[in-house]
Write a protein that binds this ligand. Structure first.
Ligand code: BES
Ligand code: ZN
Length: 628
């Protein structure tokens, strides 16, 4: 944990710097100091990184990045003589400061003892305020923000692969920096790799790079540290449109292109709603299946799990989501992780709007019903304090563990509530102006609320009551006046399921030939806790559920099979857990297995084999679920 000693001056400085915003925002003391980032040792009120130049060598043998970073500094406090950076498991070799005459001077530095969640503060002391500080360093093979894959874990099987996942606080494990979303900077990089591989970053990737082992990047728009990203592998490119395309291992490229061919249309739809796309290119990078998330909105280059390539475009809302972050998150950013709903709630709302535009209201409603049902289930098992959209500060808590469907789905639900109350046209104009107003800034909930009051509520004060606003933002649970999404196609699924379970309809006669992934998901979620084995056998015979290539179905089918004692599914279940490392998909399966002593034993055996292929984020969650 950052020491309390640094919190006090920051509070004072925060009050001075942010006073206008906060005064306008709220008199509620719970809303004060929302800019403070509990997850960083940096002192942005004293000095800020404004630009960064990386020079890194990628070594697959030692599984390290090594080289240097030059940090351009913007000093904010006259007397400040110390630069405090976030690091985790970095070896710091040397620190230099650049003098006025261009020469470099060695600077004193020390690393604080490591905290298991936050890493260790790197303190660089100097006699005067250097404009540029150079740090020579290397990463650890266990860097929490990097995954090094052996060739066998890739689609091609012959080349190794490296990718980063910096959000929330893992950038510090591969670059010493101010690892807080409250600081933005531009960056450039030189990346040296084995010559047969291609390096990409969250920057200006060329569409036909020369494979010579030396890649140069520039990110000219200021971004926060969690959007730093790198990937290295045997990667090929295929265009979708003039400004959009796909990077993937060659054998994955064709399927990915077919699945995601609507990406340009998604960009156009979002621009029509919320204004121009401000990042020039928008490309997708398809990662190996060990990628721990569905997607990550690295600017200009969203990182995407291959598990959404199912052949029918039914899971492309993931692309809509990561693209939407180009407005909500990458353009207007949460200043600290307790306000992550400003990123994820807005993005989930925009995602649904994109899906509605491209695929129609019914598809958007089905997806929203599934999400809202999931939110209700999650909330039922959560502490009241974790159920708030405007979360209390999270000191001492790993943001990886604090992530839940509340900021995503309750946040999005609140925004659709506003849309319903104020009218779509009014709300669209409001949101568009909001993205413009706060573009390239990092803000907190109080700033959003102030803007909401001034620019939306003031225009129709009777449209929402103060009590309703309070309930959405500062109370646990889901307000009872919230209007839940409904879907007529799901009503048909409910009816079919009821007849099937009553024995009035055979599995083969379910109207499933027209069902999309969403309908199957809803069908499975409405099943009882457990069913007779024969029920699952009939579904398997008619619809080949076990062994499905669709992770959204697998993550629901295998737990049902396990709870029902349908052990015929076990071999396919094990294969799924070994193939896929996306945390959201494997966790429900492990959790279902862990419910019985015999299942737990099986799960531990599978985990043992699967673990070398898992990203640390997934491995940590699974280990916790299995009591390891
Ligand atoms: N930015 C998130 C992923 C993330 C959040 C990583 C917090 C680390 C900490 C990304 O945009 C996301 O939300 N991904 C979701 C997909 C989405 C459709 C809900 C995921 O990975 O499942
Ligand atoms: Zn997101």
């Amino acid at each position: 944990m950052p020491q309390p000693s640094r919190v006090i001056p920051l509070l004072v400085a925060g009050l001075l710097n942010l006073a206008p915003a906060l005064q306008a925002a709220s008199t509620d003391p719970a809303l004060q100091q929302r800019q403070l980032d509990e997850h960083s040792y940096a002192q942005p009120e004293r000095v800020r990184i404004s630009d960064m130049a990386l020079d890194l060598r990628v070594d697959f043998d030692s599984r390290t990045l090594s080289g240097s970073v030059d940090l351009q500094l913007d000093w904010r406090e006259r007397g400040a003589r110390e630069l405090v950076l976030d690091t985790r498991d970095l070896s710091i070799e040397r620190v230099l400061g650049r003098r006025g005459d261009g020469g470099w001077r060695r600077l004193d530095f020390s690393l604080d003892p490591a905290d298991p969640i936050f890493g260790s503060a790197l303190r660089i002391r100097m006699k005067r305020q250097y404009e540029v500080v150079r740090i020579r360093y290397s990463t650890s093979p266990q860097a929490s923000g990097l995954q090094w894959l052996a060739p066998s874990m890739t689609a091609g099987g012959s080349q190794p692969f490296l990718f980063s996942q910096s959000q929330a606080i893992h950038a510090r494990s591969w670059v010493p920096l101010q690892d807080t979303p409250g600081v933005r900077y531009t960056y450039s990089a030189i990346v040296r790799t084995p010559p047969q591989l291609v390096a990409l970053m969250s920057a200006d990737n060329p569409v036909s790079p020369v494979r010579n082992g030396r890649y140069v990047f520039r990110m000219a728009q200021p971004i926060p540290s969690y959007l730093m990203a790198i990937a290295v592998g045997d990667l090929a490119f295929a265009p979708i449109s003039a400004r959009s395309g796909i990077w993937a291992e060659p054998s994955m490229l064709e399927a990915a292109l077919a699945e995601f061919e609507d990406t340009e249309r998604m960009i156009e739809v979002t621009e029509a709603l919320y204004g121009p796309y401000r990042w020039e290119r928008y490309d997708l990078l398809i990662l190996p299946p060990s990628f721990p998330f569905g997607g990550m909105e690295n600017p200009r280059l969203s990182f995407i799990t291959p598990t959404v390539i199912v052949g029918d475009k039914s899971l492309v809302s993931l692309i809509a989501h990561e693209l939407a972050h180009s407005w909500s998150g990458n353009l207007v950013t949460n200043a600290s992780w307790k306000d992550i709903w400003l990123n994820e709630g807005f993005t989930s709302y925009v995602e649904t709007r994109i899906i509605e535009s491209l695929f129609g209201v019914e598809r958007a409603q089905m997806e929203t019903v599934i999400e809202q049902a999931g939110l209700r289930r999650d909330i039922a098992g959560m502490e009241p304090a974790d159920q708030l959209i405007v979360l209390p500060p999270l000191p001492g808590r790993d943001p990886d563990d604090a992530l839940s469907s509340v900021p995503y789905i309750k946040g999005a639900w609140f925004l659709s509530f506003l849309e319903q109350r104020f009218g779509r046209d009014e709300f669209d104009a409001f949101l568009r102006a909001y993205f413009d107003h706060f573009a390239f800034q990092s803000i907190d909930s109080s700033q959003f609320i102030a803007y909401l009051r001034e620019h939306l509520i003031a225009s129709q004060p009777e449209a929402i009551s103060e009590a309703e606003l309070q309930a959405w933002l500062f109370e646990s649970g889901i307000p009872e006046f919230a209007v839940a999404a409904t879907s007529s196609r799901f009503a048909a699924v409910d009816a079919a399921r009821a007849r099937f379970l009553a024995g009035a309809l055979a599995a083969a006669d379910l109207p499933a030939s027209e069902w999309t992934t969403q309908e199957w998901v809803h069908f499975l979620e409405g099943m009882p806790e457990s069913v007779e084995g024969s029920v699952l056998v009939s579904l398997d015979e008619a619809h080949r559920m076990t062994g499905t290539g669709n992770g959204e179905i697998a993550m629901r089918w295998y737990p049902l099979a396990e709870r029902s004692g349908y052990f015929e599914a076990r071999p396919a279940m094990a294969a799924f857990l070994k193939q896929v490392g996306r945390r959201k998909l494997v966790m429900p399966v492990y959790t279902a297995l862990a419910a019985s002593p015999e299942g737990l034993e099986f799960a531990r055996e599978v985990f043992e084999l699967a673990r070398p292929g898992y990203h640390p984020i997934t491995a940590t969650s699974v280990a916790a679920a299995l009591g390891r």
